[in-house]
Ligand binder design. Sequence first.
Ligand code: SF4
Ligand code: SF4
Length: 236
Amino acid sequence: MSAQNSETIGPAKYPGLKVIDPSPAVSANGKMPSANTADGYERLRQETARGLRYCHTRINANTSKSLEVASFLYALIELLVEKGMLTLAELDERKQKVAERLVQKFKDSGLGLMYQDPEHDKYTFAHESHVDCENRIAACRAMCCKFPFALSQQDIEEGIIKWDFGRPYLIAHGDDGYCVHLDRETFECTVREHRPVPCRGFDCRDNERWKVWEDFEGKIINVELQDSFENGKHAR
Ligand code: SF4
Ligand code: SF4
């Protein structure tokens, strides 16, 4: 870590944080070892272990804090009930309303893990759509491969379909807005056998949420939706 980085993220700025040195291991000649060598493998192993250590430390700290906050809250509720200032029925009713509000806020923040729900086995999925994509691709330019959607646990465990590290587990998109698995020249899916359920089931003829066509038969694209992707309106 350079002296400058050390000052920027070090204890002076965030006194409560223990800083883990993120500098990569380098070989004696000062170069990063290739991932295909024993040194490279060891470097990757060390980086992964450092990353896991950081995550575990954060989880541990957050759990301790949550337990502390819960203790205060339960103590407060018990005291209020004992003093006759509130009943458990009133508390339950209000708790339900607040919980709904918080869950919605959490979802809107994009911080939660997103999985397909309900989940279907993609290899036995019975509702595949059949659109003549090859005759329409010149007009739609595979707009559907820009749509954001969550992967399934099956996709994640299989490890073929890439997801967005910044928004787990939405499918990964490139800087051009397209899914990373789309061949940019032919507009073909490069993981067709393993494509997720939303790709199998999406039918652009009559989808209300993603209205690709102004006129399906006439092959007239919905310019408004197309523009919204060009302008980065849809979070990826
Ligand atoms: S938008 Fe419709 S026609 Fe175009 S690639 Fe997607 S499913 Fe096929
Ligand atoms: S997985 Fe294939 S079909 Fe699905 S969005 Fe990506 S490129 Fe398109």
